[in-house]
Design a protein around this ligand. Structure first.
Ligand code: HEM
Length: 124
């Protein structure tokens, strides 16, 4: 049912469900399963990230670019499209429609800037 709102509880349930799907995805799953040892910690960090991005909570203090650069040899623009498609399906299924579209728009912008940082740096 599509009904969760833009609050910490809704975002937490969304992040939980999204990474459960990610882990089972045949292309994305192996990258995450190799990189992440402590899944409750990762899910907590990503819930803080979305709470900071969408609600301004300021709880996330990490550095996404170096975190992804470590895995650059395994990540490609096509995989970003796959990540975004899974994000779109999961948000459409779980969230209120206006919440789902705001989350999709924000993820698209972040994915764009991560890809610029990962794939289009002139100084390597
Ligand atoms: C962390 C993979 C796209 C947000 C990670 C990690 C992996 C990963 C493996 C764990 C890094 C580590 O600890 O070694 C990917 C892949 C993507 C993707 C394969 C697409 C192909 C995205 C997008 C967003 C995002 C689009 C945001 C909208 C984050 C954040 C972290 C993270 C916030 C935590 C970074 C930190 O440690 O502070 N990602 N990611 N990722 N990812 Fe992604």
């Amino acid at each position: 049912q599509a009904g969760l709102g833009m609050d910490d509880s809704g975002l937490g349930q969304l992040v939980d469900a999204f990474y459960a799907r990610i882990r089972q995805d045949e292309a994305l799953g192996p990258i995450f399963n190799d990189a992440v040892d402590d899944w409750p910690e990762h899910i907590g960090k990503l819930t803080d990230f979305w709470s900071s991005v969408m609600l301004g909570s300021g709880r996330y203090k990490g550095q996404p670019v170096p975190a992804h650069r470590k895995h650059r040899d395994r990540i490609s623009p096509a995989l970003f499209d796959r990540w975004l498609a899974l994000w779109a399906r999961t948000t459409d299924e779980m969230m209120l429609p206006e919440v789902a579209s705001a989350l999709q728009e924000k993820a698209g912008r972040i994915a764009e800037s991560l890809q610029l940082a990962l794939f289009f740096r002139l100084d390597g």
